[in-house]
Design a protein around this ligand. Structure first.
Ligand SMILES: CC(C)(COP(=O)(O)OP(=O)(O)OC[C@H]1O[C@@H](n2cnc3c(N)ncnc32)[C@H](O)[C@@H]1OP(=O)(O)O)[C@@H](O)C(=O)NCCC(=O)NCCS
Length: 173
């Protein structure tokens, strides 16, 4: 499914998008996936991988892996020059909407304990901290905060997804 939002569009990623996705990751992550790992994610029936386009250019992407009735957010990134204008919220609203449509009961993720901005984004959608994985990130040894959004479809997430889409004049096509 495609989501159109004015000049923006969110759609499923394809293997043709690998180069642009990894170019974004190089600018925001200290370690990035290999092209072959990303291709494997794109081919997997268990994964949703979405790209956000503006005028045909990819400016963000997100991934969600389905495991039984749970989802795991595998990645989420917006190009630095496009951050802080609600686009991360749009990508997360899109993933939550796909999870609800797929009857998932919860979504989890790991985020660096020092990444307060991403944690703020997830908290906005009702994710709550549920534990810490020590030394999770091999590049720096930083701990990961585990966050969970449970009891889907809960009223809080439906409200925030609807208001995020409504404020952005979304059209699902
Ligand atoms: C995290 C990321 C995807 C957010 O994208 P974005 O487009 O900047 O996010 P938004 O503009 O939609 O802001 C989302 C929310 O984050 C929260 N937020 C923003 N800046 C924050 C800060 N400095 N501290 C805490 N929370 C903050 C706010 O709740 C904000 O929502 P609001 O403006 O409605 O209050 C983006 O910063 C990014 O790509 N970062 C680098 C990669 C990364 O860290 N990915 C996450 C891996 S788990």
């Amino acid at each position: 499914m495609k989501v159109k939002i004015g000049d923006f569009e969110i759609r499923n990623a394809t293997e043709d998008d690998v180069g642009e996705i990894l170019d974004i990751d190089k600018t925001v992550f200290s370690t990035i996936w290999s092209p072959s790992f990303l291709r494997q994610q794109l081919r997997s029936e268990k994964c949703f991988h979405r790209v956000l386009n503006k005028n045909g250019m990819i400016i963000g992407h997100s991934g969600l892996m389905r495991l039984h009735d749970e989802g795991h957010i595998t990645t989420m990134a917006i190009k630095p020059e496009n951050q802080n204008s609600g686009l991360g919220s749009l990508l997360l609203a899109d993933l939550c909407s796909l999870a609800i449509d797929s009857d998932l009961k919860g979504i989890t993720l790991e985020v660096r304990v020092g990444n307060l901005k991403a944690q703020g984004l997830y908290r906005k959608f009702g994710f709550i901290p549920a534990g810490v994985r020590s030394n999770y990130y091999s590049d720096t040894g930083e701990d990961a905060l585990i966050m969970w959004l449970t009891d889907l479809p809960n009223k809080k997430v439906i409200k925030i997804v609807e208001s995020t889409f409504r404020n952005s004049l979304v059209q699902k096509v």
